[in-house]
Design a protein around this ligand. Structure first.
Ligand SMILES: [Zn+2]
Ligand SMILES: [Zn+2]
Length: 128
């Protein structure tokens, strides 16, 4: 299979990433951490092994905030953009809104975590 590269970054361009391979676990999440971290009621996520994600922007790695026992949230220290989460496990989760190319089937969420705590009027259609 062809190895694909996914490019993205923050609002100001200080933090840029290049991830290669296949995005894992595409999902939406409405947990309180995601809501507070982003200011949005739902975030869209994919995961990559840590060793296939390169931080290619001038700012290098994003800043992190320790948000739980197993994970830190990452963001741009210049513009504050939400970028994802860095787990203690060798996984980097990226929010899909930060990807340069949006109309990509592999970024389509296939499940919704913490669906029970998002507002009832906020409808996310299940993937078919
Ligand atoms: Zn930035
Ligand atoms: Zn969440």
């Amino acid at each position: 299979m062809e190895t694909r590269a996914y490019l993205g970054g923050c609002l100001c361009g200080n933090i840029r990433f290049k991830a290669t391979g296949t995005p894992g676990n595409p999902h939406t999440c409405s947990c309180e951490n995601c809501q507070r971290h982003s200011g949005a009621q739902t975030l869209c996520w994919v995961e990559f092994p840590r060793d296939v994600v390169e931080w290619t922007g001038e700012g290098g790695m994003p800043a992190v905030y320790r948000s739980s026992d197993y994970s830190s949230r990452s963001f741009c220290p210049k513009c504050g953009s939400t970028l994802g989460a860095v787990d203690d496990e060798p996984v980097i989760a990226l929010v899909t809104g930060s990807f340069d190319e949006q109309d990509v089937e592999e970024l389509r969420p296939l499940s919704h975590s913490f669906e029970d705590v998002h507002p009832s009027w906020w409808k996310i259609p299940a993937a078919s």
